[in-house]
Design a protein around this ligand. Structure first.
Ligand code: GL4
Length: 804
């Protein structure tokens, strides 16, 4: 029945909503008409979900994140609403495939990488589990930059993703709130003689919410992602207007609107720009005001039950100024005393840490805070004074400990340590994989752990099996459903029932056929975007993720050069032919990461143009890696590269997507790799390298020159790299790369893991040559991926932290 209705709605939206006469002329119009058609089916469920929540007594969660890497919405909504049949039928009238129409949608790239995509997977899981969780984020006008490769080098282009309109957002101007900046704190006594504060002479901007529907999987629940856009307030113009400068007043609009103009493209490194702090405060303040306003609407100014009914989950330190902002709102606006406000704050805030890298730990200069957010700084000082009194009680006379723990880092340029503010101000601190949480407890946050052991907990990451299996790998999904039923889609542990089928010859043959089809799709993508010909009979070896030294794309390149060297020397006995794909963006200011991209491209060019290499090795760098490319990449991958220096990758989530789609992993004992290996069994995982403890120990007397000298393969690789073989008319461009490998201070320890990496790669190649053995391993990987569903992660958050 819905088939006819979908077709009719499509036609109606084309005519009445879009004013378009000939839909079939453009996929863009068809996409928009289809998006509106699907959206219609969301809005009523959305209203009902909100309605139900209003009358329910449960706690609600606000997930605060500067990043939500959503990717495309249309196909996701079609899957979750079970509209595929109807939509395909309706599109026949236009001679169109759903896949083609879906291509017209631009990725919502409001995030950098793993951290932002995790937030997106969490939203899908919360809606699918029908949990009352609202995402709060920023509606960046420009998302993650578009990457092109020119002459082997990354070039960034702005991502104006909203240019053609966004059918998935609903502006709610009636719910706009004001956010203040600058000005000063004022203290006064109220009528009862109580000391109070207010923030005066501020410059305000408006935060206007845009709501995005988040459909659960076939359960009629539609949750909300609320994204804030900054706009100028009206009185701005008025003041200036009266002063006779109307145009200048209108120009002020720009200043206010700058706040949400662009996503900062740094992953796992801070950049300390003032505008970034404005974004953080803007998000925190607008979101908290929104929740408090709702509360007051229902309960008046009685906050006694507030903490029992609300949680704010802070996605890394980025929104952590929320700790101080909640104090301010409760005290200055709602007139609570310090103790009552603090009790509410420290029992509603929960903090997730996503990295141990020191360069990513946010600190803001006290001077900047004082100017931009003076009232907030007062509150932070007071929180710190009371906290340090506690520290002094616990460790009397231990001044060093006070300095280490203090929220304020003293010195010539005092700084606010956002992680310390987050830990002090919240009731839960979690890491994102078992090893990562252990390292937080024993290393970075050791003193805090001693003080409050019960605050700390682990929540191993996960990814949504809807997007990352059912949607992106429909053939495999259908095979799985055929043999074990479709329960896995909402309860991924059930996929373990696949395991015995690895012994079934004909099942393996079908599994293999699907992998071949998916490799073909990937081969086409590589042909189109890289102009490199991959061969689906070769092993597809893939590393896609942000380019970062700790992720060691460089180690991968050394392996490629080693294979090249072997082929050129004629040492190909037992060698497995491979296609190596590398993709990812470098932060625009990260010179070494950009050099690594250039190196991959130069090596690829030398390899691909040499006819001797053609039967053995092909290499491509995929430009503009994003959510939508991963949807083609992970189903078509044989071998997943998870080769970070142990102790550096907090969790990883790409590793989980690959595993779910039947790739084997070559990896270090880092992040969630450890748990992946435990789940699939060590015989089905290509392990190499130093573990986290050994990395720390080896650093003491690390001597890469000696390692290189003692390893003739590595010597040969370094020689090729340093001979200019890959940079003929570009003298010296890779000097920094080879110098870093040779440096005793190379904290990424690339040379240390070279030999065991090469050995593990060989082992993978050998297993691949045994088709049945490899297919078994592939099936075992998918079958063991149950634990890595974000549904499991969210159930853990819900049980232990949110207590929903
Ligand atoms: C990250 C980690 O680097 C990554 O390992 C993890 O999977 C992800 C989600 O928890 O968070 N931290 C930062 S910062 N960026 C990330 O992607």
């Amino acid at each position: 029945m819905d088939e006819a209705q979908v077709a009719a709605d499509l036609k109606r939206h084309a005519r009445l909503s879009l004013g378009c006469d000939r839909l079939s002329d453009s996929h863009r119009y068809l996409y928009n008409a289809l998006a509106l058609t699907v959206r219609d089916r969301l809005v009523e469920r959305w209203r009902l979900t909100r309605e139900q929540r209003r009358h329910s007594a449960t706690r609600r969660v606000s997930y605060l994140s500067l990043e939500f890497l959503m990717g495309r919405a249309l196909t996701n909504a079609v899957l979750n609403l079970d509209l595929e049949q109807a939509v395909r039928e309706a599109l026949k009238d236009y001679g169109c495939q759903l896949e083609e129409v879906a291509e017209a949608e631009r990725d919502a790239g409001l995030g950098n990488g793993g951290l932002g995509r995790l937030a997106a997977c969490f939203l899908d899981s919360c809606a699918s589990l029908q949990l009352p969780v609202t995402g709060y984020g920023i509606r960046y006008e420009y998302g993650m930059f578009h990457q092109r490769i020119a002459d082997g080098q990354q070039v960034e282009y702005p991502d104006h993703w909203l240019r053609d309109g966004n059918p998935w957002e609903m502006e709610c101007s009636e719910n706009a709130v004001r956010v203040s900046f600058f000005g000063r704190s004022e203290y006064y006594r109220d009528r009862d003689g109580r000391q109070r504060a207010r923030w005066s002479a501020t410059q305000d901007v408006l935060a206007v919410p845009y709501d995005v529907p988040i459909p659960g999987y076939r359960n009629d629940t539609v949750n909300t992602l609320r994204l804030w856009k900054s706009e100028a307030t009206d009185e701005f113009n008025l003041q200036e207007f009266n002063a006779g400068s109307y145009t200048e007043a209108v120009a002020e609009k720009n200043l206010a609107e700058q706040i949400t103009m662009v996503l900062y493209p740094n992953d796992a490194s801070e950049n300390g720009k003032e505008l970034r702090l404005r974004q953080q405060y803007f998000l925190a303040s607008a979101s908290l005001q929104d929740v408090l306003r709702d509360w007051v609407r229902e309960h008046g100014d009685d906050f006694s039950q507030f903490a029992g009914k609300n949680v704010f989950q802070l996605n890394d330190t980025h929104p952590t100024v929320a700790v101080a902002e909640l104090m301010r709102l409760l005290m200055d606006d709602y007139l609570l005393g310090w103790d009552a406000a603090w009790e509410i704050t420290r029992s509603t805030m929960a903090y997730t840490n996503h990295t141990l890298l020191p360069e990513a730990l946010e600190k803001w200069s006290v001077g900047l805070f004082e100017e931009l957010l003076p009232r907030l700084l007062d509150i932070i000082y007071e929180i710190n004074a009371r906290f340090l009194a506690l520290v002094a009680e616990r460790w009397p006379g231990d001044v060093a400990r006070q300095q280490q723990l203090s929220i304020i880092e003293e010195g010539d340029h005092p700084q606010v340590r956002m992680a310390h503010l987050a830990i002090v101000g919240s009731y839960s601190v979690n890491g994102v994989a078992a090893l990562h949480t252990r390292l937080l407890q024993q290393g970075l946050f050791r003193d805090f752990y001693q003080l409050w052991p019960d605050k700390f907990n682990n929540k191993t990451n996960g990814v949504t099996p809807r997007r990352w299996l059912a949607h992106c790998n429909p053939e495999l999904g259908e095979l799985v459903t055929e043999v074990i039923g479709d329960r896995w889609i909402t309860d991924l542990e059930d996929i373990a029932r696949l395991r015995p089928l690895a012994d079934d010859y004909s099942f393996r043959a079908r599994w293999r056929k699907i992998k071949q089809n998916n490799k073909q799709r990937l081969q086409q993508l590589v042909q189109r975007d890289c102009n490199v010909s991959f061969d689906v009979d070769m092993l597809f070896d893939v590393q896609v993720k942000r380019i970062h030294e700790y992720k060691r794309q460089l180690l991968n390149v050394l392996h490629i050069i080693h294979l090249y060297d072997r082929v050129v020397r004629g040492d190909t006995a037992g060698m497995q032919p491979r296609c190596v794909l590398i993709g990812g963006k470098a932060a625009p200011g990260y010179a070494m990461a950009k050099t690594i991209i250039k190196l991959v491209n130069n090596v690829a060019r030398v390899v691909n143009k040499d006819p001797r290499l053609k039967p053995w090795l092909r290499v491509a760098f995929l430009p503009n890696y994003r959510v939508t490319s991963m949807e083609v990449i992970c189903p078509g991958t044989d071998l997943s590269e998870q080769i970070s220096t142990a102790g550096k990758e907090a969790s990883g989530t790409g590793n989980m997507k690959f595993m779910m789609n039947g790739a084997a992993t070559i990896g270090t004992l880092d992040g969630a790799n450890i748990e992946i290996r435990e789940a699939v069994g060590e015989e089905n995982f290509f392990l190499f390298g130093l573990d986290a403890a050994a990395v720390v120990a080896a650093r003491e007397d690390y001597d890469p020159e000696a390692i290189i000298a003692a390893d003739k393969d590595l010597s040969a690789v370094m020689k090729l790299l340093e001979s200019g073989h890959f940079n003929m008319f570009e003298t010296g461009i890779f000097d920094a790369v080879s110098a870093s490998i040779r440096s005793p201070h190379d904290i990424w320890m690339t040379a240390a893991d070279f030999r065991s990496y090469i050995t593990a790669q060989r082992a993978a190649g050998t297993v691949y040559q045994d088709r049945d053995a490899w297919t078994r391993m592939s099936i075992y990987n998918t079958a063991a991926s149950g634990r890595f569903s974000s549904d499991r992660t969210i159930i853990d958050y819900s049980d232990d932290i949110w207590r929903l």
